[in-house]
Design a protein around this ligand. Structure first.
Ligand code: CU
Length: 503
C-alpha cells in the first residue's frame, strides 16, 4: 500500500482528465466499494453523483445513534478498516477506532489522567490529536509522531482544560483529510465543577452531535477521491451524516435540550438553523462556555468549530417535526465551487427532531455563565502576521508549505501577543491553533465583525475570503513544538500548516 506523497498529491491535484492508472494509486481497501465510476463521472460525464437521491431529507430517515460515553483513564484504540451501517442496513467501508463511527465518545473531568494506547491497523501512518486540549507536545499528535502500520503510540497526560466540547481526530501529515473522512474522529467532552454547578440539561437531553458531509456514489456509499477543484475548495458532498448516520432523526420530548455540536467535515461550512425558527440559546463554543448566553436564530460553524446550544422544545406540540438545517449563504470572497457546482453555502437538511412525548421539564435557562479568563490585548508585547495564500492548488502560510522539522515561529511562553491572520485569497480558511485558545479581537474586510459564537475562547476561527482577523494569544500550558494550520483538511494536507515553537 503506497503512502501518498506530496508529489502524488500534487499530481492528483492536476486531476482534470485523471487517468485510471492515477486513480488506482489511491490508497484503498475501500476502492472496491466506491469503484472508479463515480470519480470518472464526476470528472465531466453525465449523472453527476453530487445530485444524490439520498440527500436533503426527502426520503426515509434513520435514528440518530447516541453512543455510551467512555472515560479516559485506560483507553485502547485500535484503528482498522471495517464496515459501518450508515442507517437502514447500508453498509459502507470505513476506517474506524474500535469499530465505531464516529470514534468512541469520550468524557473526562478536569484533572483526570488521560491514558490511551493507539494501535495502528490502517494502511497509513497514523497519529491522533486531542483538538482543543493543551497537553505536552509529545502528547498533542504532531505529525512528527505518526506511527507506521502495525505500530502503536502511548498517550499519558493530565486533562487540565476548562469544561468544553473538544474532539479528536487523525493528524497524519498529508493524510489528515482522508483518515478523518474515512472515520477517525470523535468527541471528547470535558466537565468541571463550574459547569456542573449550572445544572445544564443532561442525560437523554444532552445530545453530542457530529455533523459531516459526504460525497456518495449512486448507491449512497461515501467515497474519498478528491480531484482538481477539491484541492482548492476542499472535499465536499451533499449527503449529511449525524453521528455517522445518514439523514438522521431524533425523537425528543417537550423539554430543554443541550446540543453539543461539532462540524467534523473536511471543508463544508454549516449555517445552522431550525426550520420553524425556534431560536438557539448559544452557551458555548470551542473554548467551553461563553462569557454570557446569547440568543441567536442561526450559527455559522466551520470545520473543527464547536457550538453548545440550548433548544427549548417545551412549547412544541407532540407530533411536530423540526429540521436542523444548514441554511443557504454566500461566502465573502465568493469561492466554494467543486466540479463547477458551488457546494459551499448550499442548503442541507441535517437532523430532524420529532417531538414524541409530552413531559414537564422545569430545567432553568442559565441567566449567566461563569467568567472566562482571556488574554488581555492591553498587555500584548508583540505582534505577528500570518498570511494565508492559495494559488494553483497550493496553500501557503507566509509563503511557505509545511515542513516537518522547520520551526516557523518561536513564541515565548506566557507572553501575550496579537496575531493577525490575513486571507489573501477568496477561499475560506478555518484557522486552528494547538496548545492554547485565543481571543478574537476583530475582523476586517469580508464580513467585518465578530460574531456571538466567537466570543470567549476559540481554538478555530473561520476566516472567509480577504478577511483579516486579529486575535490575542498566550501560551500558558506547556513549552514545545505545536501547530498553526488551516482546518480545511485538503488545505492542511497540501501544506497550509506551520510549526510554532513555544519556548
Ligand atoms: Cu484553508
Amino acid at each position: 500500500m503506497g503512502k501518498m506523497t506530496r508529489r502524488d498529491f500534487l499530481r492528483l491535484a492536476g486531476g482534470v482528465g485523471l487517468s485510471v492508472p492515477m486513480a488506482m494509486r489511491l490508497p484503498t481497501p475501500l476502492m472496491g466499494a466506491a469503484g472508479l465510476s463515480p470519480l470518472l463521472t464526476a470528472c465531466g460525464g453525465e449523472g453527476d453523483p453530487l445530485v444524490s437521491p439520498h440527500h436533503n431529507g426527502n426520503g426515509t430517515r434513520f435514528p440518530l445513534r447516541l453512543p455510551e460515553a467512555v472515560g479516559v483513564g485506560d483507553l485502547r484504540f485500535t484503528a482498522a478498516p471495517t464496515e459501518w451501517d450508515l442507517g437502514g442496513g447500508l453498509r459502507a467501508p470505513v476506517w474506524a477506532l474500535n469499530d465505531q463511527v464516529p470514534s468512541p465518545l469520550l468524557r473526562a473531568r478536569r484533572g483526570d489522567r488521560f491514558r490511551a494506547v493507539m494501535e495502528n491497523g490502517i494502511p497509513h501512518d497514523l497519529i491522533l490529536h486531542w483538538h482543543g486540549l493543551a497537553p505536552p507536545d509529545d502528547m498533542d499528535g504532531h505529525p512528527r509522531f505518526a506511527v507506521a502500520p502495525g505500530g502503536s503510540y502511548r498517550y499519558d497526560f493530565t486533562v487540565d482544560d476548562r469544561a468544553g466540547t473538544y474532539w479528536y481526530h487523525s493528524h497524519t501529515h498529508e493524510h489528515t483529510g482522508e483518515q478523518t473522512y474515512r472515520g477517525i474522529a470523535g468527541l471528547l467532552l470535558v466537565t468541571d465543577d463550574e459547569e456542573e454547578a449550572l445544572g445544564l440539561p443532561g442525560g437523554h437531553r444532552e445530545i453530542p452531535l457530529i455533523l459531516q458531509d459526504r460525497r456518495v456514489d449512486a448507491d449512497g456509499i461515501p467515497f474519498f477521491q478528491p480531484f482538481g477543484p477539491a484541492f482548492m475548495a476542499g472535499y465536499m458532498g451533499t449527503q449529511a451524516l449525524g453521528n455517522g448516520v445518514r439523514d438522521p432523526y431524533l425523537e425528543v420530548d417537550t423539554g430543554l435540550y443541550r446540543f453539543r455540536i461539532l462540524n467534523g467535515s473536511n471543508a463544508r461550512i454549516f449555517r445552522l438553523g431550525l426550520s420553524d425558527d425556534t431560536p438557539f440559546l448559544l452557551i458555548g463554543n470551542d473554548g467551553g462556555l461563553l462569557p454570557a448566553p446569547r440568543t441567536v436564530s442561526a450559527v455559522d460553524i466551520a470545520p473543527a468549530e464547536r457550538v453548545d446550544l440550548l433548544v427549548d422544545l417545551r412549547s412544541h406540540p407532540v407530533g411536530r417535526r423540526v429540521m436542523l438545517r444548514s441554511l443557504p449563504f454566500t461566502l465573502s470572497g465568493g469561492m466554494g465551487f467543486m466540479g463547477g457546482q458551488n457546494l459551499q453555502g448550499e442548503p442541507l437538511a441535517l437532523l430532524e427532531l420529532r417531538v414524541a412525548r409530552e413531559v414537564d421539564d422545569a430545567t432553568p435557562l442559565p441567566a449567566a455563565l461563569p467568567p472566562v479568563e482571556l488574554p488581555d490585548p492591553e498587555r500584548a508585547v508583540r505582534e505577528r502576521t500570518f498570511r494565508f495564500d492559495s494559488r494553483m492548488m497550493n496553500h501557503f502560510i507566509n509563503g511557505r508549505h509545511f515542513e516537518m522539522e522547520r520551526i516557523d515561529e518561536r513564541v515565548p511562553f506566557g507572553e501575550t501577543e496579537i496575531w493577525s491572520f490575513v486571507n489573501e485569497s477568496g477561499l475560506p480558511h478555518p484557522v486552528h491553533l494547538h496548545a492554547t485558545h485565543f481571543r478574537v479581537l476583530s475582523r476586517s474586510g469580508g464580513r467585518g465583525r465578530v460574531f456571538p459564537w466567537e466570543e470567549g475562547r476559540k481554538d478555530t476561527v473561520l476566516m472567509q475570503g480577504f478577511e483579516t482577523i486579529r486575535v490575542a494569544v498566550r501560551f500558558t500550558a506547556h513549552r514545545g513544538l505545536y501547530l498553526l494550520h488551516c482546518h480545511n483538511l485538503e488545505h492542511e494536507d497540501l501544506g497550509m500548516m506551520a510549526n510554532i515553537l513555544v519556548e
